[in-house]
Design a binder for this molecule. Structure first.
Ligand code: FES
Ligand SMILES: [Fe+2]
Length: 454
């Protein structure tokens, strides 16, 4: 593999990131750039294709679409997942649409070619009318796609030369395993149709610079300690922290799970020391302990959150390059996935994930119908972001606007992300891309521009 990879010549990238702190605007709407992403990025990168609870039983399947490609994901009898290109080998019809079960395999609705759940061709009506060359063994089976499982999800990659999934998700895959990420299950799943480029949508969620202006309700002064001359008020601090958790729960579509907010509420009368730093540490430790205990008492699988904190594990914000996010908070998490539908159109999905109690059965999640970005049902925080980014997409087209100007200190992640994309578009080998992925996957806020090695 290494030899083949080294032979890749760098291809010219239009609208490339020539300066690390400037993003050319054409990257967000040029149809040729969008097409190049299809050819060089989406064809070579790991993508979260489904959550495992979408296909809970053997022979359950679901369809994953990315651009003009469609993949069928089938739960195997031995609990693994098989991924198959969704195209009948006769004349190309898509065999599966949405979710279902395929105990008797797939039958093409056009001329009735049949396939087993593993993609093997099991029947061709009037077989003898075809030339033998067109019915070679293996060649009439559905084409397999690489598929690996991590973090409660099945991931696919169209590129046989890509490194194994886990390497591409490190270093956070290991930290999130310690947090028992695979025990999470879908509580709910929403989708938003955004009239913006997929990268523009992502970039609204990877910096905290916009928070004071766009989400003033999240700026709760006493939560962040003291202004000069102020004395620390322990009760005021607890109140501010609970207010923050509540805003992240109700206002942010469940980023902090309501159960964990209720647990924090139950600690409201905790006696804290007068020293601000000790008080905050005591509060965090007590809350972690209470959350761990509460979930364990109901038989949920949760690690000791204080143990994770003591080990310095990073379970705060994970980007599985390019388009998947996991945002853990205490026991639970939100997850986001962004898929391009066109140069200026994106499907953003949001999951609330939590830990089921022992023996708790949850229904098989069904792909949600996408709401528009201005649907009144969105909670306030995403609504604020969904209000801004379509205006940004429109503003980019201004004749006088050339490129985005990034803050080197606060928006470095956007630069690292865009330059990693350029590495894919230039056709660099995976041995060069892997260290860049591992840089991009780690916590994005206030992150400096990094040297990616290309
Ligand atoms: S296209 Fe599927 S059987 Fe003809
Ligand atoms: Fe935001």
């Amino acid at each position: 593999m290494a030899i083949v990879e080294q032979k890749r010549a760098a291809l010219p990238v239009p609208h490339a990131m020539e300066r690390a702190d400037r993003v050319p605007k054409e990257r967000y709407y040029d149809p040729a750039f969008f097409e190049l992403e299809g050819d060089q990025l989406w064809s070579r990168t790991w993508q979260m294709a489904c959550r495992l609870e979408e296909i809970p039983q053997p022979f359950d399947f679901t369809e994953y679409e990315i651009g003009d490609q469609s993949v069928i994901l089938v739960r195997d009898e031995d609990d693994g997942v098989t991924a198959l290109q969704n195209a009948c080998r006769h004349r190309g019809v898509r065999l599966a649409i949405g979710q279902g079960t395929c105990e008797s395999g797939f039958t093409c609705p056009f001329h009735g070619w049949c396939y087993g759940a593993d993609g093997t061709n099991t029947g061709i009506p009037r077989r003898r009318t075809f030339a033998q060359e067109n019915l070679q063994a293996g060649d009439v089976d559905l084409t397999p796609v690489r598929c690996e499982v991590w973090g409660g999800c099945a991931w696919i990659n169209f590129d046989p030369a890509a490194p194994p999934l886990r390497e591409c998700l490190e270093p956070l895959a290991t930290d999130l395993d310690a947090w028992h990420v695979s025990s999470l299950r879908t509580e709910w799943w929403y989708a938003c149709h955004l009239p913006v480029n997929w990268k523009l949508a992502i970039e609204a969620f990877v910096e905290a610079y916009h928070v004071p202006q766009a989400h003033p309700q999240l700026v709760i002064p006493t939560r962040y300690g003291l202004r000069p001359g102020e004395t620390f008020d322990p009760a005021g601090f607890i109140d501010a922290d609970i207010q923050y958790l509540r805003a992240m729960s109700d206002g942010m579509a469940g980023m902090v799970h309501a159960d964990d907010v209720a647990i924090a509420e139950g600690l409201r009368d905790l006696e804290l020391p007068d020293d601000a730093e000790t008080a905050m540490a005591t509060w965090n430790r007590t809350l972690n302990e209470a959350v761990t205990r509460w979930h364990r008492e109901r038989g949920a699988d949760i690690p000791d959150l204080n143990d994770l904190a003591a080990r310095g594990l990073n379970v705060e914000f994970f980007q599985g390059f390019p388009n998947f996010f996991l945002l853990p908070m205490y026991s639970s998490a939100s997850a986001y996935r962004f898929r391009p539908l066109g140069p200026e159109e994106t499907l953003m999905e949001i999951w609330s994930l939590t830990r089921p109690a022992a023996g708790e059965e949850r229904p098989r999640p069904v792909p949600p119908e996408a709401w528009t970005h201005d649907d009144p049902r969105w909670p306030p925080i995403p609504a604020q972001d969904f209000g801004n980014i379509p205006r940004q997409q429109l503003g980019l087209h201004a004749r006088s606007f050339e490129y985005m100007r990034l803050s080197e200190g606060l928006e470095g992640h956007i630069s690292n992300f865009e330059r990693t994309i350029d590495g894919f578009l230039a056709g660099l080998g995976h041995e060069q891309l892997l260290p860049a992925l591992q840089t991009v996957n780690v916590y994005p806020f206030d992150k400096p521009i990094a040297d990616l090695g290309f």
